[in-house]
Design a protein around this ligand. Structure first.
Ligand code: ZEM
Length: 305
């Protein structure tokens, strides 16, 4: 495949001051006492992930370039339910800084949110365009189905080009935010401080005694989930939750050692998460010498600097 230059060495379509101004404006809207647990950060992270996670390495389709979620074909995928909130929150920033593309804004907002919630610094490079090539819009069904198990996770994430360790590291994003009955059919947060990035998710997976709770939302694919309470929680308190896919990480000989490592070593988790999230938001973003991403999927893939 063609020799492709690492994006850090390419011309940026924006100045450093422009990028800094957008980052500052994203930071300023994160805290929101009327929304969920007081932050829009988690749903911004999910927006960055879902815009990238449609990538297929074999056909070089999908990924964040093009911001296809603006249109019904991708935005209306039931897997993307609820992400319109994230996009609406970012709209005033797009209006103020109209030079930034949606595709760049959505991925940058996720990176800013992770850092602001106490997570690691993640490398982000500009150059995504908002050009949507109809022939390359990914079909629905490319994002993971939470009701399934480890074989499904492997099928979905291997398609993007990730390995077992990277699957477990990426799953640590479930330290953030919650499930909403009206979006996915599942409900509740994974940890008791869901707006603070940490390795709690892995600790909870290993340490708590999880029980199956029947949900009965078959139409949404949400038959049941796992629930557990911390020792200080009352019966009336909202329990913590795990999706069937989350729990499958502890039921697999290759995944489980990584769950244990990340539960014990937050620094290792932060380092690995930063690398893998950086890789996620670059999927399918292949720039030419102008620094702008191509949309024909024909460019090679850059190797890490
Ligand atoms: Zn999630 N995720 N995810 N995820 N996710 C939800 C919420 C969030 C899966 C999944 O089905 C769900 C990754 C991987 C996987 C976030 C980030 C990342 C929800 C709840 C579901 C059902 C949606 C709702 O009801 O609002 C599955 C099966 C995954 C396979 C491993 C990866 C990778 C992520 C980023 C790196 C985040 C931040 C949320 C919380 C969103 C919010 O609104 O609070």
């Amino acid at each position: 495949s063609a020799q492709v230059i690492h994006p850090s060495k390419l011309k940026s379509p924006y100045t450093q001051e422009q990028v800094a101004a957008v980052k500052k404006d994203v930071e300023a809207i994160l805290k929101n006492k009327d929304y969920d647990d007081g932050s829009i950060g988690p749903v911004l992270v999910r927006l960055a992930w879902h815009s990238s996670g449609t990538y297929c390495a074999e056909t070089k389709t999908g990924g964040s370039n093009g911001a296809g979620m603006r249109y019904e074909k991708e935005g209306g995928d039931p897997a993307n339910a609820g992400l319109q909130h994230a996009r609406v929150f970012l709209e005033p920033i797009k209006e103020k800084h109209s030079w930034i593309t949606y595709a760049d804004l959505w991925t940058l907002a996720g990176v800013v949110a992770i850092k602001a919630m106490g997570g690691p610094e993640i490398e982000w490079y500009p150059g995504r365009t908002d050009f949507v090539d109809d022939a390359r819009v990914p079909p629905r069904g490319r994002l993971p189905d939470a009701a399934q198990a480890q074989d499904h996770l492997r099928a979905i994430f291997y398609r993007m080009g990730f390995n077992d360790q990277e699957i477990v590291a990426l799953s640590g994003a479930h330290n953030l935010g919650r499930c909403h009955a009206d979006r996915s059919g599942f409900e509740g947060p994974w940890v008791n401080n869901p707006t603070r990035f940490s390795n709690q998710y892995y600790k909870m997976l290993i340490k708590l005694k999880w029980e199956k709770k029947h949900l009965g939302r078959e139409a949404q694919g949400a038959h049941w989930q796992w629930i557990a309470r911390l020792p200080h929680m009352d019966e009336e308190d909202e329990p913590l939750m795990m999706l069937p896919t989350d729990m499958s990480l502890t039921l697999d000989d290759k995944f489980k050692p990584w769950v244990e490592k990340y539960a014990e070593d937050q620094d290792l988790f932060f380092k690995d998460f930063a690398a893998v999230f950086g890789k996620l938001i670059e999927l399918g973003v292949t720039r030419d010498e102008s620094g702008l991403a191509q949309h024909d999927g024909k460019a090679g893939e850059y190797k890490s600097a």
